[in-house]
Design a protein around this ligand. Structure first.
Ligand code: FNR
Length: 394
């Protein structure tokens, strides 16, 4: 087993303060709401709407934040927490802290380097990147940019088994070690922010690179996408509308993918049990950042029940609404093995490409390390429900 290394993320704050003495300020704000507002000003209206835009009324996105507010950390004193050990290994992937970059599609709408920049930023920090099926660069190009960095592949399963098998084989050969199968987005929800902009980048040929670069996909076209974009986009759209899938259909993935598989978008303990019964290695408790079912529970509300149902048998990860170190702390204390973060790093990318992603991730990691230490803990494994108290507003 790898030796645990003491985390050094908190030093980032010192680095920033020191740079401040020479008159240097960070390139954009990291306070969560200020980051969103800055991105709103900095990105075009279509791309901002695509990244931020929740389903319908936005109630689920708000519920994600409210769910975090219902748990409060109970700090402990004089525990001698001088160094923090945040390193962990999830499904065979060692990581410096239990944090991953969530699969976020079409990243080139916010910055031309898109997923390549994210791949480089993640590799520099050792943070695992989860690459989306909706990537604006091919699986192989992102793997190259990610180099020796840890990487997982997120699958939107196409409605064609040969193509699915081809994607899995490419991901495996390109060094992606865990397959993340997203179940909550078989079709796009009603998202008024992008409806109002009449803006879906994939229909404009952005975010289709994974399929467009696939030999099986290309073999099914009369002309390659470079010669007939409209036909390629239409075929892409046809293949990714795959709402008829059922639990037994997971068998093909189990047979074709040699490594761990986790299902993303699980919110009910019975679905988590089904995942285990169908040979899956884990779940990501997630509501897609409130982008799919409007009026749904906050994803964190689902976490304890799912941990109780399958924790110990399967890896339970969490995403949706993670914005601060305290949020990471709370999700881990409620039983998640690791968390994924989505929009914040996309905003970092939009502001400053690779260095913007690094700034966001380093900030979140520093905040997390400081929170663990200030709450009196030394190791992530020590966090449990006893580290929190439930807060019920009267
Ligand atoms: C996403 N998400 C996502 N998930 C996925 O499995 N495949 C994908 O292609 C995408 N694409 C995507 C694009 C954008 C712009 C966003 C913001 C999100 C969902 C993502 O993985 C994650 O579940 C949420 O982003 C988590 O919520 P927060 O951190 O954004 O609140």
């Amino acid at each position: 087993m790898a030796t645990m290394r003491a985390a050094q993320f908190a030093r980032y704050q010192q680095e920033i303060f020191r740079a401040g003495t020479a008159g240097n300020r960070p390139p954009f704000p990291l306070e969560p709401e200020a980051l969103v507002e800055s991105a709103r000003r900095q990105m075009g209206p279509g791309p901002f709407a695509y990244v931020e835009g929740p389903a319908s009324s936005g109630a689920t996105m708000r519920a994600n934040r409210e769910a975090f507010d219902q748990w409060r950390i109970v700090p402990r004193m004089l525990t001698g927490s001088t160094v923090r050990y945040l390193e962990t290994t999830v499904l065979g992937t060692p990581m410096p802290a239990p944090l991953l970059a969530a699969p976020v599609g079409v990243q080139s709408i916010v910055h031309p380097d898109g997923e390549l920049a994210t791949a480089r930023a993640c590799a520099a920090l050792g943070v695992p990147m989860v690459l989306s099926t909706m990537s604006s660069y091919s699986i192989e190009a992102v793997a190259e940019a990610n180099g020796a960095g840890p990487r997982w592949f997120q699958l939107y399963r196409p409605n064609d088994d040969e193509l699915t098998a081809s994607l899995l084989e490419r991901a495996r050969l390109a060094g992606f070690t865990v397959l993340v199968v997203t179940l909550d987005t078989m079709s796009l929800a009603w998202r008024p922010a992008i409806v109002d902009q009449a803006y879906l980048p994939m229909l404009r040929g952005v975010g289709n690179a994974v399929l467009f670069s696939d030999p099986v996909f290309r073999a099914g076209l009369a002309k390659p996408p470079e010669q007939d974009l409209a036909a390629a986009v239409a075929r892409w759209d046809e293949l990714l509308g795959n709402a008829g899938q059922r639990w037994p259909d997971l068998r093909l993935l189990r047979d074709r993918w040699p490594g761990p598989i986790i299902l993303k978008g699980i919110q009910h303990p019975d679905d988590a049990r089904q995942a285990v019964a169908h040979g899956m290695d884990g779940v990501v408790v997630s509501n897609h950042g409130g982008r799919q079912v409007d009026g749904a529970i906050g994803a964190l509300d689902a976490l304890p029940g799912i941990v109780d149902a399958v924790g110990g048998e399967a890896a339970v990860l969490y995403d949706s609404g993670v914005r601060t170190g305290a949020d990471v702390f709370k999700a881990l204390a409620l039983g998640a093995e690791a968390v994924l973060v989505g929009r914040p790093y996309a905003y970092g990318l939009g502001h400053a490409g690779e260095s913007g992603v690094r700034h966001v991730l380093r900030g979140l990691l520093a905040d997390f390390e400081l929170t663990v230490g200030l709450a009196g803990h030394t190791r992530v494994a020590d966090l449990d429900r006893g580290s929190l108290r439930e807060h019920r507003p009267q």
